[in-house]
Design a protein around this ligand. Structure first.
Ligand SMILES: [Zn+2]
Length: 64
């Protein structure tokens, strides 16, 4: 049977019939997903933060 190394914990795990592949368990799959979501979040936040700052400065200009 084909075995793969879990990318999360490095344990050898079966590929065939494994619903969490390439991970060994649901826990490792969720941990990895959480890691990717965190990376995605970090990348997306700065541009949105800048947009908010620009929007606020535009509102201040209109108010004066
Ligand atoms: Zn694992």
């Amino acid at each position: 049977m084909k075995k793969v190394k879990c990318p999360q914990c490095g344990r050898q795990t079966l590929w065939d019939g494994n619903p969490y592949r390439p991970f060994c368990s649901e826990r490792c799959k969720l941990l990895d997903l959480g890691h990717w979501l965190a990376e995605d979040y970090r990348i997306k936040v700065p541009p949105e933060g800048l947009e908010e700052i620009h929007a606020l400065s535009r509102e201040e200009e209109e108010g004066e």
